[in-house]
Design a protein around this ligand. Structure first.
Ligand SMILES: NC(=O)c1ccc[n+]([C@@H]2O[C@H](COP(=O)([O-])OP(=O)(O)OC[C@H]3O[C@@H](n4cnc5c(N)ncnc54)[C@H](O)[C@@H]3O)[C@@H](O)[C@H]2O)c1
Length: 336
């Protein structure tokens, strides 16, 4: 394995680069001196996430759609790597509108992948998802044992893995899927019907409103700070592909990206309160409300990250407490 742990001297396409994870990748790659192209249609991404990048001469924004093959071809021209983040996230969104989620997450994925193959990129790294574990009750989750998908979103993310593996086998394009587990951090959108739990709770706590926890709060997740995801993407792009191909068991080029620990929603709420009360002590008085369980939610999710550790050299530096303290500071300074 190469000793290098970051992408340097390269041209990188980040699809979905105006979104939460994508914009964090864009900024880091630019800081490291790369040329970065972002392809985004601003479906959920925001121009303000690219405020820094837009001032950088090494950055190119292509406002376009991954469902449009010409946009994909234009964006990927001359790129060494693709970090494919563009997709419509959220399980409930996909239950409400399975057609659009499928068009974007599968149709757009195949177009982007085919464009990358045509252009001869070195590697196509893509955002897969822990939702692929579906109804499997095995814990912690290991890459080669999955269950049945519980939502259209989960199906789209699993389909991505199957297409990517097929493209590797058929055309020889190197692909790596990163199964993200509940990512959080700066710029994750707190607004809208499909907001993730952490930014939503943070905004409610800052406004002294009681968040609603679905169920008794005992459901748990392997919450993953965005810095760990940035590290995994860079390693996935540059690690020797022979090393990835050596892995004997199924789901060859797919890796869990998580911290490898789980936190239940009651604990999460208390850590958030602790962190935010440093800025406003009144927040300590805010209580939680318990509501109904949500359709399609699995009780627990916890990753085994050994495969990423041994093959990619993935070594997450931020546990949930450290990540939440950084994230809360960011929300307080930027969105209060
Ligand atoms: N956030 C998480 O916890 C999590 C967990 C598992 C997987 N993922 C995956 O990670 C990726 C990034 O997620 P995120 O949380 O940053 O979400 P996000 O919504 O902030 O980012 C997605 C980006 O893709 C763009 N996009 C959507 N449709 C597009 C299209 N048709 N053409 C071009 N751009 C389009 C959006 O405008 C947005 O900028 C997604 O693929 C998501 O499924 C995220």
């Amino acid at each position: 394995m190469t000793d290098k742990r970051i992408i340097e001297n390269s041209k990188v396409l980040v699809t979905g680069g105006a979104g939460f994870i994508g914009s964090n990748l864009v900024d880091r790659l630019l800081e490291q001196g790369n040329q970065v192209v972002c392809l985004d249609n601003f479906a959920t991404g925001k121009r303000e996430n690219l405020e820094l990048a837009l001032q950088n001469k090494d950055f190119t924004l292509i406002e376009g759609d991954i469902r449009n093959f010409e946009d994909c071809v234009k964006a990927v021209k001359g790129c060494d790597y693709v970090l494919h983040q563009a997709a419509l996230g959220s399980v409930p969104r996909s239950i409400k509108d399975p057609m659009t989620s499928t068009d974007v997450n599968i149709g757009g994925f195949v177009k982007m992948l085919f464009a990358a193959k045509e252009e001869g990129v070195k590697r196509f790294v893509y955002a897969a998802s822990s939702s692929t574990y579906g109804d499997s009750t095995i814990m912690p989750k290991v890459e080669h044992i999955i269950g049945n998908p519980l939502s259209p979103y989960a199906i789209t993310k699993y389909a991505n893995e199957i297409y990517a593996q097929n493209f590797t086998d058929t055309y020889g394009i190197e692909t790596v899927g990163l199964r993200y587990f509940n990512v959080f951090g700066r710029r994750q959108d707190p607004n809208g019907a499909y907001a993730a739990v952490i930014p939503k709770f943070v905004m409610q706590l800052m406004a002294h409103e009681s968040p609603v926890i679905n169920g008794d709060g005992k459901f748990s997740r392997d919450f993953t700070y965005v810095e760990n995801v940035i590290q995994a993407n860079q390693l996935a792009a540059i690690v020797s592909y022979d090393k990835i191909l050596e892995v004997g068991v199924g789901s060859k080029s797919v890796f869990n990206v998580a911290y490898g620990d789980r936190t239940d929603l009651n604990q999460l709420f208390n850590i958030l309160k602790e962190n935010l009360s440093k800025f406003d002590s009144e927040i300590l008085n805010v209580d939680v409300i318990h509501g109904e369980n949500r359709v399609g939610d699995i009780p627990h999710s916890l990753a085994n990250i050994d495969k990423g550790r041994s093959i990619l050299g993935y070594d997450p530096e931020y546990d949930i407490r450290l990540g939440l303290s950084e994230a809360c500071k960011w929300y307080w300074e930027n969105l209060k």
